[in-house]
Design a protein around this ligand. Sequence first.
Ligand code: GAR
Length: 200
Amino acid sequence: MSVGRLAVLVSGRGSNLQALIDAIGQGDLEAEIVTVISDRGDALGLVRAEKVGIPTRVFPWRGDAHREDYFEDISEAVCEAQADLIILAGFMRVLSPNIVQRFPHRIINIHPSLLPAFPGLRAQRQALKYGVKFAGCTVHFVDEGVDSGPILVQKVVPVYPDDTEKALEERILIQEHIALPEAIRLVLEGKWEIQGRRVV
Ligand code: GAR
C-alpha cells in the first residue's frame, strides 16, 4: 500500500478525523479519506468531512439484533469506496465478527487509555477512579474482542492529583491526534509484521 485509501468511521465530534484531514493536508500522511461513515446523522464528524468534500454515509444503528446485517452493509460501503483501511475514529459501536474477519489487519481503532488497562466506555473516568499516575491513548488493530487487538502506537500523559475527567480527556486527546496519523503511516508503509500479539 502506498497512498492509502481510508474509510473513517465516526460517531461524534470527529476531532481525530480532523487530525487525519489536517495531516493529509500538510503532507504528513500519504493517504486519501475516501469515505466517512457514521452511525449518527448528527455527528459533527460528518460536517467536518463535508466541509472538505469527502463523501459521507450514515447507517443509523438498528439495534443489537441486527448487528451482523448492519456491519455487512458497512462492509459493502467500504468495498464500494475501495478503501484499504477502516479507521475507527471515535466510532462507539463494537464491531461484529463478520466485518473483522473480512478485513484482517485492515481495521484500526483509537482508544483513550493505555490498553490493556481500561477498555470499553469512559476510559478516562476509569483511569481517574483507579488512581493511575499515567494515562494515555492506544492505536491498535481491531480483532474480535473489545479494544484488544495488537498494539501499533501508544502515547503517555501524566495524571495530576487535581485532575478532572475533562482535563484528562483533553490532555489525552492532544496525544491521540499525533498517535493516529503516526499509526496509519506505519501500517501504510508496510514494514511491519505480527509476531504473536506484537506488531514488530
Ligand atoms: C476519542 O477520545 C477516542 O479515543 C474515543 O472517543 C473519542 C472520540 O473523539 N474512542 C473511544 O472511546 C472508543 N472506545 P473524536 O470524535 O473527537 O475523535
